[in-house]
Ligand binder design. Structure first.
Ligand SMILES: Cc1cc2nc3c(=O)[nH]c(=O)nc-3n(C[C@H](O)[C@H](O)[C@H](O)COP(=O)(O)OP(=O)(O)OC[C@H]3O[C@@H](n4cnc5c(N)ncnc54)[C@H](O)[C@@H]3O)c2cc1C
Length: 460
């Protein structure tokens, strides 16, 4: 929302129609951006210089094996449709994002991670096979054993190498529709990172929320949510909790306020003072939650917290390209992460631009060429964008980027709107980037597939 563009949108329903769409863009002499449901925070599926190919109508689940938990689906199938198809049979996606609305193709093209990245890797690690329509129109199937290079380049490849039309992926056997969840209140960042690290080999999900406002000893204070799957037999009524009704997010908050209206209330607090108050209240509530012990929560309730509040982003303003929010999410090597995160928080406070939300996750490396994941931590920071602070915010992000790159960190393109043309060369391994560029030249010599993001960070 902090960015936007008007484009002609093409909505194919099949691989054949995808070929026709590529032809339309070629004939019109404009680049074509691939788009799922547009859930990337920045300009990853926006094209201010050409057409957009939206795959969300290719939304059929083609096959599901309830014995093995393997799903074959068209690229436009959303994570929501995926879990709704498999959960009643006792399966859950291995990797989901904090919202259920992304498509499988969009998720594969960004190689998304969940709150369990440290344990199971990214979505690419769960994908066995993809079909792609290449820019020249040829359909190619890729897996670890077939066209392996293209497989590892296209997953996380930002939609630059071809249109993902079909995905085959493995899912996770679950014995209940619920998870065991526990809140752990932490007084500062050190406490938070130490706790998460200590639970890394036993917990199934770990995520830390941070109040970015206080400095000093309380810098990085927050609340961790740790979740575990229920073991077989632990849920006395799995046939009930695995049903979709048990997972549905409530239609109202506290039983009275329709959730479609909640963003209006959030908007009232969407300023420095309000957010200082909201964060402090959340921290205090978290201290009580920490004493509550473990409780049961549905998979959807735990995974898709943000989906409780439809259009929550509108609380940040609704003027495309002028107001909204950006998320700035560096990924930091394990050894330096704590000190760098503290430094980033201090710089934000000094600049008088404090993120309204901070989220910490633990990650592990994976084999995909442009991946963001590493052995370390990510630190997602949500900043409000306003016309009068935009320039200062971008300058602050440029300063933070220098710190992150200097410390060996990297970035995630699903969340980026601030990187410049040469930053990518400073954090992606040179051989990987060179191989990716070579593959692009081979498969798409005219750079038919391009987005505002690719022009900004890759130069095509
Ligand atoms: C509230 C919220 C929470 C989020 N939480 C997380 C999280 O926890 N972890 C995480 O990793 N991400 C998270 N994200 C980011 C989101 O999961 C990714 O941006 C995801 O890629 C969005 O998928 P999409 O279908 O909307 O794709 P889009 O945003 O439309 O596109 C994403 C990329 O995929 C490419 N693409 C789209 N379709 C195709 C195709 N058919 N073939 C090839 N390339 C294609 C696009 O060109 C673009 O580069 C979150 C986003 C939101 C809004």
């Amino acid at each position: 929302m902090a960015v936007g563009a008007h484009s002609r949108v093409l909505r194919p329903r099949s691989a054949e129609e995808v070929v026709a769409c590529l032809e339309v863009a070629r004939r019109d002499g404009v680049p074509l951006a691939l788009r799922g449901t547009g859930n990337s925070y920045g300009d990853a599926s926006i094209n201010s210089r050409g057409h957009v190919l939206d795959v969300s109508r290719m939304d059929r689940v083609l096959a599901f094996d309830p014995e093995r938990g393997v799903v074959e689906a068209e690229g436009g199938v959303t994570i929501a449709r995926l879990w709704r198809t498999i959960l009643p049979h006792g399966w859950w996606p291995k990797v989901v994002s904090g919202t259920m609305f992304p498509t499988l193709a969009g998720a594969a093209a960004m190689n998304i991670h969940g709150k369990n990245n440290f344990a199971v890797g990214t979505i690419g690690d769960a994908i066995d096979e993809i079909d792609m329509v290449l820019p020249g129109g040829e359909l190619r199937t890729c897996s670890r054993g077939m066209n392996a290079e293209l497989f590892h380049a296209a997953i996380g490849g930002l939609g630059m190498l071809g249109v993902i039309t079909r995905v085959v992926l493995r899912t996770k056997k679950v014995h209940s529709g619920d998870l065991w969840v526990r809140g752990i209140s932490t007084r500062n960042l050190r406490e938070m990172l130490d706790y998460i690290e200590g639970q890394r080999t036993s917990a199934d999900y770990l995520v830390g929320w941070i109040d970015c406002f206080p400095g000093g000893d309380a810098s990085g204070r927050g609340l961790i949510h740790e979740a575990h799957y229920l073991a077989e037999g632990e849920d006395s009524r799995p046939e009930r909790t695995l049903q979709l009704e048990h997972q549905e997010l409530p239609a109202s908050i506290l039983g009275v306020l329709p959730k479609s209206e909640v963003w209006r209330i959030l908007r009232l607090f969407n300023n420095d003072l309000g957010m200082r108050l909201v964060n402090a209240s959340k921290f205090l509530a978290g201290r009580f939650e920490g004493h509550k012990g473990r409780f049961r929560q549905s998979h959807a309730g735990f995974a898709f917290l943000l989906d409780y509040v439809p259009n929550w982003k509108w609380a940040y303003g609704r003027v495309p390209g002028r107001t909204g929010l950006i998320q700035y999410q560096p990924f930091l090597p394990f050894d330096v992460a704590h000190d760098v995160m503290m430094d980033l928080l201090a710089r934000c406070r000094r600049a008088g631009i404090v993120p309204y939300l901070g989220v910490v996750k633990r990650h592990r490396p994976d084999p995909f060429w442009l991946t963001h994941a590493l052995d370390g931590w990510s630190f997602a920071l949500d900043f409000k964008v306003q016309p009068h602070t935009r320039e200062r915010l971008w300058a602050l992000c440029a300063e933070l980027t220098e710190v992150v790159l200097g410390a060996g960190g990297r970035f995630y393109f699903a969340k980026d709107l601030v990187l410049g043309p040469h930053d990518i060369e400073r954090f992606l391994p040179a051989d990987r980037l060179a191989a990716f560029r070579a593959l692009k030249r081979e498969l798409d010599p005219q750079a038919l597939l391009a987005t505002d993001l690719s022009r900004r960070v890759l130069g095509w």
